[in-house]
Every structure is written in structure tokens, then in C-alpha cells.
Design a binder for this molecule. Structure first.
Ligand code: GLN
Length: 458
């Protein structure tokens, strides 16, 4: 098929199914089809690569020139980006088609997509359930075949948890592998972009396009280019993972996980043994503090990052106000939703004089201990395995009124961001008609290996 035909097919599916799923915030048929025509011309000349002409949906956290870029917030309800994020530029260079911008929790704060100003996204496997978050629109779009693949961002689990809840493969790369330039910042020391797709092989293709040094992001890592498909494409026998040591952290297999999810995770581990891997027990003793540390550090960084939304230069401005201060407060009061305000208040509090030492500094210490735990574990094993999320998709509204319950849905994903490690979630079966995810965590820059370990199971 041509890219124009393929793009039409997905645009038609979006037109038919998006009203129910609410996975997309913006679609621009004219723009997508123009990119598809350009891709077809490249392909006709024998040019382009594996992603040329492939439609890709992008989380609405990535600035895309000429596109409304809302970050799920009323604050950016009128913001048409004048420039492209690095991720968008890289997909354009690869010849991919921008299929649309996907719904998300407001400023990526959430685990259910219910904090979006544009309304909740529904899980394609059960419309009464959440798709996970914050990249819930991307996950629902791919799961419902409204897009072949999508991008997401992961600050505390926002790629892996929606991947798990929607039966997809999603990867958070090592911090610094994908440029954050033009990606609206939530917690800059944790934020990392990555792919959501139907398989590890597809994720590897997407990561090939996304990854790479960018001098416009001061935390971007400069290292030799890597073909993330390399190990996947290599031939292997019937014990392709012989010699691989899998670490099973005792903290992942204690309380906190629903038995039906744990059952599927254990079955997947048995499968890994059949593929030749050896399993050993490891320990991440500080992991139990990860949610507490994260909910100090992430709001602290968010309170600083979100100070830029003041109604002056761009974004939402309250229609009526008395003076400049009143304009700031009314614009921010009306432009931000409840969860965003909660984070700004927490963040401002933990950074304030007198509380900085008691909260922020302590959280930073925990962060170091968690990274040390992982370093020790990776002295004993190659890959760590556990659940991605303690449950399958929950019902819309079930946790929306209880922030702490919502925060606890990230117990298995957050430590990875605090340590800056790569991790992938892949489907490991269904419980009660809903998918569950298996999480593989790798050492720094072990993306190629992680993708291959995921692929061999698939
Ligand atoms: N659920 C977590 C939060 O609300 C993580 C979100 C994310 O990874 N963007 O902060």
C-alpha cells in the first residue's frame, strides 16, 4: 500500500472510533496527507527508510510546528507551536507521517488519563475502564488500531503503565537517550520520551528514529549511534536467552500486586527459563521509598517548570482581571486543573525555606539509595523482571477522588525513573478480560538487549 492509502485508512478509523475513545486531541487530515504524499514520492525514488510513510501518533506533550499543542491542559488550549520538538523533527527526517496528537493527563500528571482538560480516554479492551496514563491517548490509539505506533513520555511510568493496561509494548529509554527539546517539561530530571507499539520489534524501529544526541538538551547523552534492532534481527536457536541472568527483586514479589496479575508474571518468568534464562533473587531495599521520594521530587520540579505559564506570553489568559497580579492568579486558577494545582502546591511547599532539608533533600538522598540498589543488583544479573502495574485497568472514576490510591498504581515503575534506567513493559496475558504487563528493567544504555529480551518472549 502507499502511504496515502495507509494514512487514509487510519484517518478513517480515527473518524469512526475516536468519538467513543477520545484518544486524539487533534487531527489534521490535510497536513497528514501532505506528509504521506511526500513520503510516497521519496519511496517512488527508492529513498527513505523503514518508517518512511508510516503514520505515527504523538502525545500532545511534543511541540509540533503549526499544530495545537495542549499538553492536556486548558492552559495551552490555544497554543499553536511555532517549532518542532526534537522527537518530531527526527520522525519527520525518517519520513514518518504525523497522524495526530494524542490525549494525555494534564501536563502528564496522572495514571489514568482522567486529569485531561479534554476528558478521559477509554480503554479499547473495556470502555468502562481507564487506559492508564499519562500517555493514555497514545496507548488507546495503538490498541484500537487508530495508529500503528505512537510516542509517549515517562516520568514515573507513563509509557509503561498504559502499555500494560492496553496490551502494548512500551519503552522508557535511559535518561538522556532521547532529546527533551520541545517536549513540555513536567519533572525535567525524570522525563524521558519513548515508543508505544504492538511489539518490541516495532519499538526498536521507533527508538532508532527517536534516539540521538541533541545539543539543545543539556542532559542529552553523546554516545555512538546504535541500531536498536541489532539483537532482534540476529539469528537465534530455540534457547535464544541462554546465559542471560534475570534478577527477581523480592520487593516486586511481596504484597501490593493483585494475585491474578502476579500469576501471569510468574508464568512469563517460567517461559523465560524455557528460553534459556537463569533466574536469581535480588533485593532493592530502598524501592519501598520510591513513591514517597517521587512525590516530593516530581512536584518540586513541576512547580518550577510550570511557573512559565503566566498568561503573559502564550497560553490561556483570564478574560477579566484588575491588574497584573490578578491576571497571573486568575489565569493560573482557571487554566490549571486540580491535580496540577495540587502538585504545584506540594512542590512549592517542599522547596520552601525550612522544609527543603526535611523533604526535598531527604528525597534526593533516597533517590541516590535507589540508584545504588540497582547498581548492586546489576552486579548480579543482566535484567530485572517484575510486574509493570499492580492491577489490570481499573474503572473510570474508581481512583479519581483518591490521589494516594492513584499514586500507588506506580509502585513498580517509579524507581526506574529515579535511577534513570531503561525499562520496557510487554504484554503477558489477560486476567478477567483485561491485559497485564510484564516489566523488564535493564542497566544504563542496555536498550538493545532489553528490546531483544522482550522480543524473544513475543
Ligand atoms: N503517574 C505518575 C504521576 O502522576 C507518573 C506520570 C508520568 O510518568 N508522566 O506523576
Amino acid at each position: 500500500v502507499s502511504s496515502v492509502e495507509l494514512t487514509h485508512l487510519y484517518l478513517d478509523r480515527i473518524a469512526r472510533h475516536n468519538p467513543q475513545l477520545n484518544a486524539f486531541i487533534s487531527v489534521d487530515e490535510g497536513c497528514s496527507l501532505a506528509q504521506a504524499r511526500a513520503a510516497d514520492e521519496r519511496l517512488a525514488k527508492g529513498e527513505g527508510g523503514p518508517l518512511t510513510g508510516i503514520p505515527i501518533a504523538h502525545k500532545d506533550i511534543f511541540c509540533a510546528q503549526g499544530w495545537l499543542t495542549t499538553c492536556g491542559s486548558r492552559m495551552l488550549n490555544n497554543f499553536v507551536s511555532p517549532y518542532d520538538a526534537a522527537v518530531i523533527t527526527r520522525f519527520k527526517a525518517a519520513g514518518a507521517v504525523l497522524l495526530g496528537k494524542t490525549n494525555m493527563d494534564e501536563f502528564a500528571m496522572g495514571s489514568s488519563n482522567e486529569t485531561s482538560f479534554y476528558g478521559p480516554v477509554r480503554n479499547p479492551w473495556n470502555a468502562d475502564c481507564v487506559p492508564g496514563g499519562s500517555s493514555g491517548g497514545s496507548a488507546a490509539a495503538v490498541a484500537a488500531a487508530l495508529a500503528p505506533a505512537a510516542t509517549g513520555t515517562d516520568t514515573g511510568g507513563s509509557i509503561r503503565q498504559p502499555a500494560a493496561l492496553c496490551n502494548l509494548t512500551g519503552m522508557k529509554p535511559t535518561y538522556g537517550v532521547v532529546s527533551r527539546y520541545g517536549m513540555i517539561a513536567f519533572a525535567s530530571s525524570l522525563d524521558q520520551a519513548g515508543p508505544l507499539a504492538r511489539s518490541a520489534a516495532d519499538c526498536a524501529l521507533l527508538l532508532n528514529a527517536m534516539a540521538g544526541f541533541d545539543e539543545r538538551d543539556s542532559t542529552s547523552v553523546e554516545r555512538p549511534g546504535e541500531d536498536y534492532c541489532r539483537e532482534i534481527d540476529a539469528a537465534a536457536g530455540d534457547r535464544p536467552l541462554a546465559g542471560l541472568k534475570i534478577g527477581l527483586p523480592v520487593e516486586f514479589f511481596g504484597e501490593g500486586c493483585r494475585p491474578e496479575v502476579m500469576h501471569l508474571v510468574e508464568a512469563a518468568i517460567a517461559e523465560y527459563r524455557k528460553l534459556g534464562a537463569e533466574t536469581i533473587s535480588v533485593s532493592l531495599p530502598s524501592m519501598q521509598l520510591s513513591v514517597a521520594a517521587y512525590y516530593v521530587i516530581a512536584p518540586a520540579e513541576a512547580s518550577s517548570n510550570l511557573a512559565r505559564f503566566d498568561g503573559v506570553r502564550y497560553g490561556y489568559r483570564a478574560p477579566e482581571y484588575q491588574d497584573l497580579n490578578d491576571m497571573y492568579s486568575k489565569s493560573r486558577a482557571q487554566g490549571f486543573g486540580a491535580e496540577v494545582k495540587r502538585r504545584i502546591l506540594i512542590g512549592t511547599y517542599v522547596l520552601s525555606h525550612g522544609y527543603y532539608d526535611a523533604y526535598y533533600l531527604q528525597a534526593q538522598r533516597i533517590r541516590r539509595l535507589i540508584a545504588n540498589d540497582f547498581a548492586k543488583a546489576f552486579g548480579q544479573c543482566d535484567v530485572i523482571i517484575g510486574p509493570t502495574s499492580p492491577s489490570t485497568a481499573f474503572k473510570l472514576g474508581e481512583k479519581a477522588a483518591d490521589p494516594v490510591q492513584m499514586y500507588l498504581s506506580d509502585i513498580y515503575t517509579i524507581a526506574v525513573n529515579l535511577a534513570g534506567l531503561p525499562a520496557i513493559s510487554l504484554p503477558c496475558g489477560f486476567a478477567g478480560g483485561l491485559p497485564a504487563g510484564l516489566q523488564l528493567i535493564g542497566n544504563y544504555f542496555a536498550e538493545t538487549q532489553l528490546l531483544n529480551v522482550a522480543h524473544r518472549y513475543q
